[in-house]
Design a protein around this ligand. Structure first.
Ligand code: CP
Length: 332
């Protein structure tokens, strides 16, 4: 494996192989596997889990990391092409990214959606421009439309909690958030659950439909896996016999480049906060998942997050294990 960019680049057997490796490395540590290897971590956006889980994963495998982000060690980083650099930025990604990559055996890159133009973000244009600048193995640490490390960890979490792949009901639910959040997690989570063969329901208010391109990609995966995808704004119907609810807020694709309209579309939806009552007609074993960070009392009630249904900490720990498997396959 030379890159880890999108779960859709792998077939189910390859994903199951990675998950088996993650479990094996958890049970039987290999602290010298990546001795002397270096992973560069380039963050254009903030992180807690991705940063620390990659550092922990490399350390547990015997390798090392270095971290670069525009705030900490670059003299103002310009990302636009063909620009006259007479402003604040003194360094361009065309030099910075290959230089960083040249110090490492592989590079992880995080570059969120700009949320200015939907098609640009759906095509992951900015992330792909960065990838084009390197000649080393690379890992997507969340781009405009993908978060494969999260997806792999989430697949493992579903397995760990014995949530059925075939005929298991996965509810991907929009939740209120004061900010317009990117599509990367909902889009790639939908794909992951569809690829796993689950019956997926996208629960979202009117106006927060996922883009047609995202739905089409997931539907293609569901056809191959034997899963199904439905979409509704009816919470009772969505939660009926659910095995798992995965909450996430996301921007309205209808108002992608209009901040005012987007904000107005969201302002009356504060009640879309996951509460105990949402689970009334779900299976008694129904679990709550969220990729974190999560706003307590805004996205989800404390009673859900702190209750027995919540598996978010296990989910976050699985980031480290899933990434150990990816690093092992890419760098060993
Ligand atoms: N879930 C996730 O990617 O968390 P961070 O943004 O903290 O890395």
């Amino acid at each position: 494996m030379k890159y880890f960019n999108d779960l859709a680049d792998l077939n189910s057997d390859e994903i199951l192989g990675l998950l088996e490796l993650a479990n094996s490395l958890d049970r039987h540590p290999e602290p010298k596997a990546l001795n002397g290897k270096v992973l560069a971590l380039l963050f254009f956006n903030p992180s807690l889990r991705t940063l620390t889980s990659f550092q922990a994963a490399m350390t547990r495998l015997g390798g090392g990391t270095f971290v670069v982000s525009p705030e900490m060690s670059i003299h103002g980083l310009e990302t636009k092409m063909g620009i006259v650099m007479d402003g604040n930025a003194a360094e361009h990604i065309r030099e910075a990214v290959p230089v960083i990559a040249s110090y490492a055996d592989a590079i992880g890159i995080r570059a969120f959606a700009e949320k200015k133009d939907l098609e640009t973000d759906l095509q992951d244009v900015n992330y792909n421009n960065l990838i084009d600048l390197i000649d080393k193995p690379f890992i997507n640490m969340e781009s405009a439309i993908n978060h494969p490390c999260q997806n792999l960890a989430d697949w493992k979490t579903l397995d760990d909690f014995k949530i059925p792949a075939k005929n298991g009901k996965f509810v991907l639910s929009w939740a209120y958030h004061p900010n317009a959040l990117p599509l990367a997690v909902p889009a790639s989570t939908l794909h992951m659950a569809s690829m796993r063969g689950m019956n997926v329901t996208v629960l979202r208010p009117e106006g927060f439909e996922l883009p047609a391109k995202v739905m089409k990609k997931a539907k293609n995966a569901a056809v191959l896996s034997g899963g199904t995808i439905t979409e509704t704004s009816d919470r009772y119907e969505a939660m009926q016999d659910a095995d798992v609810i995965y909450a996430k807020s996301w921007i309205s694709a209808r108002h992608y480049n209009d901040k005012q309209m987007e904000s107005e579309a969201r302002e009356n939806l504060v009640d879309w906060r996951v509460k105990d009552s949402w689970f009334d007609n779900a299976l008694p074993s129904c679990r709550f998942m969220h990729c974190l960070p999560v706003r307590r009392g805004v996205v989800v009630d404390d009673s859900v997050l702190d209750g027995l249904k919540s598996i978010v900490i296990h989910q976050a720990r699985n980031r480290m294990l899933a990434q150990m498997a990816v690093l092992y396959q890419i760098m060993k």
